[in-house]
Structures are given as structure tokens and as C-alpha cells.
Design a protein around this ligand. Structure first.
Ligand code: GLU
Length: 301
């Protein structure tokens, strides 16, 4: 398959990449608003990608619901929506390339075995040269750089065992992993700035590393504070975060902007969300985002 990567230009290209496992919740609104403002303030494009690669977790119709919600908030994306489920051939070709370069290896260990051994994969299959269909494929992470300059959180040092784990790029059931898909998609869409929640901070070194292995230049990364209902408890579908539609849009947009460092003047606090967003386009400053990776927001559960 011939792939035309978007040629890197001076133009800023950002993105919002929700997983359609349910309707948007407040945590996803923060990521959407932060990435939108960051791109649009720089006269950039803001793309939408539906990360529906993990098919068992996809909820039917959630993609349309997400798009409808974004439109209601005035978060209008540029160009066509990318769906990961339509890009399997591309991921396959990348995996084959990694296999030929021996940058990945087949692994026969089950999740259960790995959990019993402490939860982190030890690399035990790395030298076995396994082949066959009942394998997962793992990327050799040797050489992952542990330091990077985050656009929002400043200098980071992520030298954890997780960052060094040989991670899965294709699962045993044949599904491609988020880690592989996100890098190939950010590359193909010509993303220049990835602005997303701080829950993905620790994944950044491995994603930068994979970019480099593929011969591409990684985008810049910036991580927004994560909305948590208790320390370490991010708002998510698994943690029963309510859908955004539970609150008036003007309230959730105003709260999102406040958390992102822009408390709205009183007269604007009840204005339509799209109007609040227009105000933020002029007045928001990324430097005012609190430099912390978590914010406690007990009002959204
Ligand atoms: N699909 C991921 C999520 O909804 C986001 C991936 C990313 O921004 O890199 O959490």
C-alpha cells in the first residue's frame, strides 16, 4: 500500500483522539479543549481521530455521539475524520517492516503468566525466535530515551520499568495495539503537536522511540492535567464518570477552561459554550495551566 504522509510544514497540526467506548466525559472535554486551543491559537489545524482499534471496547454509535457533542461545544475539527478500524492494512505493513528489521519478536506468554510473575514482561521470549500464528508481537525497547521536554509540564525524566518494558504491538488475537496505531496515525496525519491528558505521559518515550525506529521525526508532546475524582483515580468510563450531557454545556466548558488556567469573567459564565470557547481563543495562555499532572474535580462523578 502506498502511503502519502503529509509532508511536514511549518503549520501546526493538532488532534483529538477519543476511544469510542462511550459518550464523552469531563476528562475527555479537557483534552479536547486543551488540544483545540493549542492548535487554533497557532492558526493550526485540529484533526479528529476515532481510536476504535480495540474493537471489544467499542460501543456502537459512540463515534457519532462524540462528534455531535464536539459540535455542540463549538469544537469543530478540520478535514475528514480518521478511523483506526479502517487502517488495519497500514498497521500490518508497518508490523511486517518491523519484523523484517527484527525490531519485534514473537511472544507466547499469556497475560495471566505475566501477572503471576509480577505484572511486567521480563523479555523472556526475546531470544527464542518464535514463529507461528498464536503469538503476540513485542517491540524491543532497548534504547528508549527517558528524557524529553514536555510542552506543558517541562522537562521530564521517565526511567520506569514500564517505559523499558518490551511492549505489545500486535496482540495474540490479532488486534493491533494502541501504541502502534497511535504512532503510525500521528505520523500519517502529520501531527506536529500532541496535546493530551497526563495519563499518557509515561507512554511518550516509547512512542517517540517508535517514531524514530520508523525513520520519522516525533511530534512535540504536551500533557494536560488529568481530572481525577480522588488521587490517582482518573475520570473514565471504567470509574463510572458520567456523560457530559449530564450538565449544561456552559457549566462544563467554563469548568474546563478554569482548570486549564482561564477562569471566565462572570457575564460569560452562562454564555453558550461556543461563545466561551471563542473568548478562550483570544485570552487563554498555556503558561497559565497549573503545572501539575492531576486536578481533583469531585463535581463530575
Ligand atoms: N485514545 C486515547 C484515549 O481516549 C487517547 C490517545 C492519545 O491521545 O494519544 O485515552
Amino acid at each position: 500500500m502506498l502511503i502519502a504522509h503529509r509532508q511536514p510544514t511549518a503549520k501546526v497540526v493538532g488532534r483529538f483522539a477519543p476511544s469510542p467506548s462511550g459518550p464523552l466525559h469531563f476528562g475527555s472535554l479537557l483534552a479536547a479543549v486543551g488540544s483545540y486551543l493549542f492548535a487554533k491559537q497557532r492558526a493550526g489545524e485540529w484533526l479528529l481521530r476515532i481510536e476504535d482499534i480495540d474493537t471489544p471496547r467499542v460501543s456502537q454509535g459512540a463515534d457519532s455521539l462524540i462528534m455531535h457533542t464536539l459540535e455542540q461545544y463549538g469544537l469543530l475539527w478540520d478535514g475528514a475524520v480518521m478511523y483506526q478500524s479502517q487502517r488495519i492494512g497500514r498497521y500490518k505493513a508497518i508490523l511486517e517492516q518491523l519484523q523484517q528489521q527484527q525490531l519485534v519478536y514473537g511472544c507466547q506468554c499469556s497475560r495471566k503468566q505475566i501477572n503471576q510473575a509480577g505484572g511486567l514482561y521480563s523479555g523472556s521470549c526475546a531470544k527464542l525466535q518464535l514463529s507461528g500464528s498464536k503469538l503476540s508481537w513485542r517491540l524491543r525497547t532497548k534504547g528508549v530515551a527517558t528524557d524529553f521536554a514536555d510542552l506543558l509540564l517541562g522537562q521530564q525524566h521517565i526511567d520506569t520499568a514500564l517505559a523499558r518494558e518490551d511492549y505489545i504491538v500486535q496482540r495474540r488475537d490479532g488486534l493491533f495495539s494502541y501504541q502502534l496505531a497511535v504512532v503510525v496515525d500521528d505520523w500519517d496525519q502529520g501531527i506536529s503537536e500532541v496535546i493530551r491528558g497526563a495519563d499518557l505521559l509515561s507512554m511518550t518515550p516509547r512512542q517517540q522511540h517508535l517514531f524514530t525506529l520508523l525513520g520519522a521525526k516525533p511530534p512535540a508532546y504536551g500533557h494536560l492535567p488529568l481530572a481525577v475524582s480522588a488521587p490517582g483515580q482518573k475520570l473514565s468510563k471504567q470509574n463510572h464518570a458520567r456523560a457530559l450531557s449530564h450538565w449544561p454545556q456552559s457549566y462544563t466548558m467554563a469548568r474546563a477552561l478554569e482548570i486549564l488556567g482561564l477562569p471566565l469573567p462572570l457575564p460569560l459564565q452562562h454564555a453558550p459554550a461556543a461563545e466561551q470557547l471563542t473568548y478562550a481563543l483570544i485570552h487563554w495562555r498555556p503558561a497559565n495551566i497549573p503545572a501539575s499532572s492531576e486536578v481533583l474535580t469531585t463535581d463530575f462523578v
